[in-house]
Design a protein around this ligand. Structure first.
Ligand code: NG6
Ligand code: CA
Length: 516
């Protein structure tokens, strides 16, 4: 009897050890879900202080995770921010990373080690669902919409992709899944041009009477689904998206990716179309907020976040998944369509206390909501550490104790301790990109002189000035008091720092490729 008990005891120990071992493997390779909203501002969600709108699902992430108050996208527009996130390199180091047209060639070098490719090396299955906006197709010719659309996400580290090629307001208005336009009828090929009209589709310029959404600026080329776009297209009629269904389509593709990959580590890059223009929510979100259509698409975005969260929950994956929520740049209200957002603001401040928004060198351009919900963390915390989305590359490499090649992710810094909430120490300094570049260090912010206009055509403040500007963010988060005259030495010091960073060509953590 004794020996039977002994054997039973030994078995129990072995199994619990094995169990622990299994758990350890699981937690050293947690799933990573990166939810990347578009044009969502620092003040647009209730956990960052919005009072005229509630975002319960985004707030739920914050209630279990770390909410960063001084986190930045690398740029105040989409293409450069996404480029930096995926490559770990400041986009302004290259001059071809500005807002990309819908027929741009892939701007990421396929020989570069990207964040998703690094995760593939760690055994992850990687998927990109949603807005791409980093170009597609070979350098000289651009994308071939009617055959294989490549190179693209699948050539720079994603095993699976289901994407909006550029933006919701740019042609072609079709989804591309793993190299192919979804639902394309080969008898109705797609042609796209950003120079001259193609085919016979009406344009917003010539047929404004056909528009269900009028433009306030631009957006007067081919009409698709009653909306004038940037760029011309013809053909591909069976493949054209219906704007009202975009959030449902993307959310369901993201859910499918999670379900399909639930048994091994996965990385999901879920880049929503919300809340970019054209703002066209599904019928059930129309009037779901009190802030007009811009509020309604915030509600739709919040629903998408909840849908992803509940999918993970139903598959019992929450205890082994890192969920990160952020936005690619600051907010904009009028971004080229007369959709009533300006009229319905009702005192809501999309950038919260910050000055400027999308396109701006002021902090409203790049300081964005950034929440990390680590597995098995059940309390809310806040971090004021200065962090940037481009730091996730080196920080995740550190998480795996992986070493990167010397030339990989040159501007990404290992801030793992800060991102885990174990340290309050963020970056020593960060370069932010509006039109002008700026550098922030020890709460001082220097904005380089820039000849561009003070406001763009839709009235958004750009932060440009022919003279250099200096602000002390600790006392003046709204960048109201330019201290450049009072603190000439500080101005000089930061101007020199910015130049040094520009000249250096990347100062990130240089770690090598293999696991230690
Ligand atoms: C601007 C568009 C704007 C938006 C932006 C890109 C006009 C007047 N404005 O040129 O609507 O598409 O480009 O936004 O056409 S981003 O979030 O993808 O960077
Ligand atoms: Ca954007």
């Amino acid at each position: 009897m004794r020996s039977i008990l002994k054997i039973a005891f030994l078995f129990a120990v072995m199994f619990s050890k094995q169990n622990l071992f299994a758990q350890k493997i699981a937690s050293s390779k947690p799933n990573i879900v990166y939810i990347y909203a578009d044009d969502l501002g620092y003040g647009d969600v209730s956990c960052y202080g919005a009072t005229k709108i509630t975002t319960p699902n985004i707030d739920m992430l914050a209630s279990k995770g770390i909410r960063f108050t001084n986190a930045h996208s690398s740029s105040a527009t989409c293409t450069p921010s996404r480029y930096s996130f995926i490559t770990g390199q400041y986009a302004w180091r290259r001059d071809d990373t500005k807002i990309a047209p819908g027929n741009a060639s892939l701007i990421i070098d396929t020989n570069m080690l990207t964040l998703p490719a690094m995760l593939q090396q760690q055994g992850y299955t990687t998927g990109a669902v949603g807005k791409w906006h980093l170009g597609l197709g070979p350098a000289l010719t651009g994308p071939d919409w009617n055959h294989e659309v490549k190179p693209g996400p699948n050539e720079v580290g994603f095993n699976y992709s289901f994407i909006i090629p550029a933006t919701g307001d740019r042609t072609p208005c079709v989804f591309v899944e793993d190299h192919h336009v979804v639902n394309l009828d080969p008898r109705d090929p797609i042609y796209v041009s950003y120079d001259s009209i193609v085919g016979n589709d009406p344009t917003g310029r010539d047929h404004p009477e056909l528009l269900k959404l009028k433009a306030s600026h631009g957006h007067d080329q081919t009409i698709v689904n009653g909306i004038g776009r940037i760029g011309y297209m013809s053909g591909g009629n069976s493949a054209r998206w219906i704007d009202e269904n975009i959030a449902d389509t993307l959310t369901s593709k993201a859910k499918q990716f999670i379900v399909k990959n639930k048994t091994h580590p996965f990385f999901l890059y879920f880049a929503t179309h919300d809340i970019h223009v054209p703002r066209v929510p599904a019928a059930r979100f129309v009037n779901s907020s009190n802030l007009g259509v811009r509020g309604d698409v915030i509600k739709e975005l919040d629903w998408s976040v909840g849908a992803i969260y509940h999918t993970l929950d139903s598959l019992h994956l929450l205890s082994n998944t890192i969920i990160i929520f952020s936005s690619d740049n600051g907010p904009v209200v009028d971004d080229g369509y007369k959709d009533g957002s300006v009229e319905h603001l009702d005192g809501h401040k999309p950038a919260g206390p910050l000055r400027g928004g999308k396109y701006s060198a002021y902090d409203g351009g790049t300081r964005i909501p950034f929440i990390i919900d680590w597995p098995n963390n059940h309390t809310a915390s806040t971090s004021d550490a200065l962090v940037c989305q481009l730091d996730l590359f080196a920080s995740l490499a550190k998480y795996f104790n992986a070493t990167l090649p010397a030339n990989a992710a040159p501007d990404s810094e290992d801030l793992l301790s800060a991102l885990e909430g174990k340290s309050t120490q963020g970056r020593a300094y960060l370069v932010e990109q509006g039109g002008a570049l700026s550098v922030t260090k020890d709460d001082w912010k220097y904005i380089e002189p820039h000849k561009g206009p003070k406001r763009n055509l839709t009235g958004n403040e750009l932060g440009n000035d022919s003279l250099p500007q200096l602000y002390y963010l600790k006392d003046d988060i709204g960048e109201k008091n330019d201290l450049s005259k009072q603190y000439p030495d500080k101005l000089k010091e930061l101007a020199a720092l910015l130049k040094e960073i520009e000249d250096k060509g990347g100062v990130g953590t240089h770690i090598k490729l293999n696991n230690d």
